[in-house]
Write a protein that binds this ligand. Structure first.
Ligand code: SAH
Length: 397
């Protein structure tokens, strides 16, 4: 095989390029001549010709280059992809996420050295999401390798429309191998059963990253009256009711489908002290406060508020308002479980936002646990964006 084409870093940019970060932006490189084809393997070199890393080019994305190897002798061939996938799968085995009736994230993009590739296992089915053209171009090979490694019942690929537009790639929605995805599956998590709609559900169907946080939150909720805002299909609510022995749970989500699914999940687990309602969060928090309602615990797990760097301030204001409303509904000594899945909002920012809530409400907050995503969503110090999920468990005076 011929050597990959080279892409040269701009001389002034190479010092500021974070070492081993897998993204190289358009502004960091010189216009390539000749230009590689989108999806081609390229070598990244410094202006004085020193080899840096090997990656895949995409002239249509702001992320021009995704880097996969910092070892000069390592070609990005089938063995390379097999080894990366096998390492990711092996890690989940080590974490004991191999319950055949359970679900887990088998591959988490940058966190597993596979920028642009997400693979979730729902029972015996795999759902592959390509979030970069580099991986979309290789999805057939990836499907074959996953098939060899795991022998699943079926492998389906999906792409998010917005991400496809950013990457200049076609959306993919196809069965790669074996059987098509069933419309829904019943999964086991923390000893509870959840029916998850794989056809139209959010993310690839379920929020796998909150599994341990649901358990940790439940452990603080015994005997309390709990409010679960942004409940989706009932992850935190049912854990609170069953594992936490909460006295009563009120749960809200703006999605009608999610609420129907949540009610079905309560029934599936024989849980009767949870009430699920379709409602908008901010309005509901305000009307509960004006009705004089009080809770022993409030769980806030909103969707991502900050997608871009420019939107951080706006997001922090939204988190402040949400948490202020939540705190005002808490009895003294109440538990606040507050989350943010905005990668752009750092832990420090989130902590500072809570300080703002303390000053505004005159209620002291003690942070008891500062948690992250489940360990099948590892965090890489070389790629801070992988530290996207914060879940703080707090006591409010
Ligand atoms: N806590 C859930 C995941 C929540 S994801 C779990 O453990 O699985 C965020 C949820 O917020 C989604 O289900 C979405 O439908 C809902 N949502 C988005 N905007 C909302 C709003 N303004 N009011 C209420 N719910 C909202």
């Amino acid at each position: 095989m011929s050597d990959p084409l080279t892409i040269t870093l701009r001389p002034r940019r190479q010092e500021s390029l974070p070492d081993r970060h897998p993204w190289v932006l358009e502004k960091s490189i010189l216009p390539p001549r000749p230009a590689p084809a989108d999806g081609d393997v390229v070598d990244l070199v410094t202006a004085d010709g020193k080899w840096v890393a090997r990656g895949i080019f995409n002239g249509q994305s702001r992320i021009r280059l995704r880097l996969y190897s910092w070892d000069h002798g390592q070609p990005l061939d089938r063995d390379f992809w097999r080894n990366r996938l096998a390492a990711a799968v092996e890690l989940r085995r080590l974490l004991c996420y191999d319950d055949p009736a359970g679900a887990c994230r088998l591959v988490f993009s940058e966190a597993d050295g596979l920028s642009g590739l997400i693979v979730d296992r729902y029972g015996e089915h795999l759902v592959v999401q390509t979030t970069a053209l580099a991986m979309a171009h290789r999805v057939g090979e990836i499907g074959d390798l996953l098939g060899e490694l795991l022998s699943p019942r079926g492998i389906t690929v999906r792409t998010d429309r917005k991400i496809a537009a950013m990457e200049g790639m076609q959306t993919q929605e196809a069965v790669l191998r074996g059987e098509p995805l069933p419309p829904s599956v019943t999964l086991r998590e923390n000893g509870l059963s959840f029916q998850v709609d794989l056809g139209t559900g959010q993310k690839t169907g379920y929020y796998l990253d909150q599994r341990e946080n649901r358990l940790a939150a439940a452990a603080c909720l015994g005997g309390r009256r709990v409010l679960d805002m942004f409940c989706y299909v009932g992850g935190f609510s049912l854990a609170a009711a069953k594992l936490g022995e909460a006295r009563e749970v009120l749960a809200f989500d703006s999605s009608q489908r999610a609420i129907e699914q949540a009610r079905a999940n309560a029934a599936l687990n024989g849980i009767e002290n949870v009430r699920f309602e379709v409602a908008e969060a901010f309005e509901t928090l305000e009307s509960l406060a004006s009705a004089g309602e009080r809770f022993g615990a409030v769980i806030l797990d909103p969707p991502r508020f900050a997608g871009t760097r420019q939107s951080i301030d706006h997001a922090l204001r939204a988190y402040h308002r949400l948490n202020r409303l939540g705190v005002q509904l808490l009895e003294p000594g109440g538990i606040l479980v507050t989350c943010s899945c905005s990668g752009r909002v750092s832990r420090d920012d989130f902590s500072r936002m809570l300080y703002g809530v303390v000053r505004r409400t005159r209620r002291e907050i003690q942070i008891l646990q500062q948690r992250g995503p489940s360990p099948d969503h590892p965090v890489r110090p070389s790629c801070p964006e992988t530290d996207y999920l914060k879940c703080f468990i707090c006591r409010v005076e």
